[in-house]
Design a protein around this ligand. Structure first.
Ligand code: CA
Ligand code: CA
Length: 228
């Protein structure tokens, strides 16, 4: 008998030399294979294999022979961290078992960004400036932009980026997304007021000319009226 299954009937016939026959039946339970187990993460990890919220790991167990005896209960994982290993073991009714391990990466914290320069509200006279600052993030950064322009921060989290201001008010937005799709951003508002030289007013002068009067309190001798 080769097929797996529970309660398979086996019929045996016997016949003696006198032609007397007897029939007997036996019930066979045959389990040849290990059970199977799989794990499902809810919600699913992102394309990088990371979750940014609590994860429930549910196990599915199956067995084609004797049937499942034990299957692990689902597990809720709520701690942040990379490479958290969850394992589960299932056993079938014949005593065979199968184990599985799965890895969960959780990051719920958005990157934080500090802009060192320029400062909020500053008025600048040059259109070009170097935006600088630092980004704080435990796990790898998936994207980092300054006003939608991709920027690569240094290994220590510092960044610099040449930025060209438009005349007037400008908003500089620095945004970062970590490997688990948590995003954070910081903005700074600055004004570009070009330092132009004073312009000459070419418009015609208007208004009445001023009258200048001089009063002399004493006169030089040469101008004294002659006497006698
Ligand atoms: Ca089995
Ligand atoms: Ca993070």
């Amino acid at each position: 008998m080769t097929a797996e299954g529970v309660g398979q009937l086996v019929i045996g016939n016997a016949e003696d030399k006198s032609g007397n026959s007897a029939t007997t039946t036996a019930t066979i339970n045959l389990d040849k294979f290990d059970p199977t187990i799989n794990a499902t993460k809810t919600p699913l990890a992102n394309i990088n294999g990371w979750n940014n919220s609590d994860v429930t790991i549910s196990f599915g167990c199956a067995d084609s022979g004797s049937g499942i005896a034990t299957c692990p209960a689902s597990t809720l994982l709520n701690t942040e961290g990379a490479g958290q290993v969850i394992s589960g073991t299932t056993t079938d009714l014949s005593g065979k078992s199968e184990s599985l391990t799965t890895t969960v990466n959780i990051d719920k914290t958005a990157p934080t960004i500090q802009i060192g320069f320029p400062e909020e509200g500053v008025v600048l006279t040059e259109s070009s400036l170097i935006v600088s600052g630092t980004i704080s993030e435990t796990n790898p950064i998936a994207s980092f932009t300054i006003n939608s322009q991709p920027v690569i921060p240094a290994m220590d989290g510092s960044f610099t980026h040449e930025f060209v201001l438009l005349e007037g008010d400008n908003t500089i937005t620095v945004s970062a997304m970590d490997i688990a799709d948590n995003s954070g951003s910081t903005t700074v508002n600055v004004t570009f007021n070009p330092n132009k030289p004073p312009s000459i007013n070419s418009a015609p002068l208007t208004g009445q000319p001023k009258t200048l009067s001089i009063t002399m309190t004493s006169m030089p001798a040469t101008l004294m009226p002659e006497t006698g």
